[in-house]
Design a protein around this ligand. Structure first.
Ligand SMILES: NC(=O)c1ccc[n+]([C@@H]2O[C@H](COP(=O)([O-])OP(=O)(O)OC[C@H]3O[C@@H](n4cnc5c(N)ncnc54)[C@H](O)[C@@H]3O)[C@@H](O)[C@H]2O)c1
Ligand SMILES: [Zn+2]
Length: 369
């Protein structure tokens, strides 16, 4: 199996996403050409450290790269002020300078937190993303959005700071719990649904074998990253097209809030449910044929993803409350609800004039179903 290289074209801040097997063991050789001296600081979480940190440190040492490592607790609550402060101060204690490199080794929580720390440390140091979850490989490690959560909400404090390199090791996904793998799959499906019907066809035929087949996994990651890289290079700061990446996310964010960002609903699970609802909404608004939402639902079901509101354990608030939670989404512009809708599979667009009562009826029926 060969390495896939997907460029993210952003002028002087362009970088590569390298996707393939064995990249953790090759990390020293991959990173060395970017270094101005043989020194990096690695930040990871406890789970990833237990499973994979020794190999990464050995790979760096093999190239004579001096590395120190900070291990943070695993989980979303790490992505806040406390661990952010600890991380930046630790990096300063390691005497990381403007010319040095920080390595974010973990899922989206580590990538977002460490990317933000790198963005502000000494007004910006370079960093490498080594994403270890499917979600972080296909989504959060690419595109330069970094940040943390606060008491007011998720991802409300942050910065755009592009990595210098992304190393997506396909093998590392082997240790990912099935539920986390499927959650990441919610974002993979999203790419087909928003802009590539041929990819969605491919997923319908191949995705069920993906967890056990590294070649299929690599293709799915590569195609997802290609789509994200293309969108990001055309619209880095989300003035327009990048908003399409939020397909399913308006529903998802309301559901995440309603479930308290708890174990009841992982982000990618909410994305899958949200994509199903977005297609259903598109059909009700007469934008696409019934076949489209039916296919979306059938595929997500076949994969074992959460699809319906009843797949979320515990009680949910009523439709009115869910609608109000959508209104609080940070993607709201001038009080108007912005949705990503679709004219068919692979044909998403931004709609800013969606009637609230249609959404409310859809949610009420979904809650009753
Ligand atoms: N910056 C962006 O553009 C962007 C996009 C999407 C999501 N996000 C953010 O990403 C975060 C979610 O990322 P995530 O789903 O990767 O969560 P995560 O980082 O919490 O990882 C999920 C769990 O898997 C464990 N894990 C990681 N790699 C593993 C491996 N190889 N084997 C076994 N266990 C492993 C982690 O320790 C953690 O417990 C959220 O905070 C979300 O806001 C950011
Ligand atoms: Zn997402």
């Amino acid at each position: 199996m060969t390495l896939d290289v997907v460029p993210v074209e952003l002028g002087s801040r362009s970088y590569e996403v390298r996707i393939g097997p064995g990249l953790i063991d090759a990390a020293g050789a991959q990173i060395l050409p970017l270094l101005r001296r043989r020194k990096v600081a690695v930040v990871t979480d406890e789970t990833v450290a237990r499973l994979h940190l020794d190999r990464l440190l050995a790979a760096l040492a093999a190239e004579g790269i001096e590395a120190s490592a900070l291990t943070l607790p695993a989980g979303e609550s790490t992505k806040g002020w406390a661990e952010f402060a600890r991380t930046t101060e630790w990096l300063l204690e390691q005497k990381i300078e403007r010319r040095d490199m920080v390595v974010a080794f973990g899922g989206g929580v580590i990538g977002d937190l460490v990317g933000f720390a790198a963005a502000v440390l000494r007004r910006g140091v370079r960093f490498v993303q080594i994403p270890t979850t499917l979600l972080s490989q296909v989504d959060s490690s690419v595109g330069g959005k970094t940040g943390i959560n606060t008491a007011q909400g998720k991802n409300l404090v942050g910065a755009f700071h592009q990595p210098t390199l992304v190393l997506a090791d396909i093998d590392v996904l082997g240790s990912l719990p099935g539920r986390d793998f499927l959650a990441g799959y919610g974002e993979v499906v999203k790419y087909g649904l928003l802009g590539d019907a041929t990819f969605f066809d491919w997923l319908e035929s191949n995705a069920s074998a993906m967890a056990g087949d590294a070649g299929l996994r690599q293709y799915a990651v590569r195609r997802s990253v290609e789509m994200k890289a293309g969108i990001v290079s055309r619209d880095e700061t989300e003035e327009g097209e990048r908003a399409l990446l939020n397909l399913g996310h308006t529903f998802c964010h309301a559901l995440e809030k309603a479930t308290g960002y708890s174990d009841r609903l992982l982000h990618g699970e909410g994305v899958a449910i949200g994509c199903a609802l977005a297609f259903e909404l598109s059909q009700r608004l007469g934008l696409c044929a019934q076949e489209a939402p039916s296919r979306v639902r059938a595929h997500l079901r076949a994969m074992g993803c959460k699809v319906d509101l009843k797949d979320i354990p515990g009680d949910l608030p009523d439709a009115e409350t869910l609608l109000a939670l959508m209104g609080q989404d940070k993607k709201v512009i001038d009080g108007q609800l912005r949705f990503i809708l679709a004219r068919g599979i692979g044909e998403a667009f931004v709609a800013s004039d969606v009637p609230g009562d249609v959404v409310k009826n859809l949610l009420a029926e979904a809650l009753a179903g």
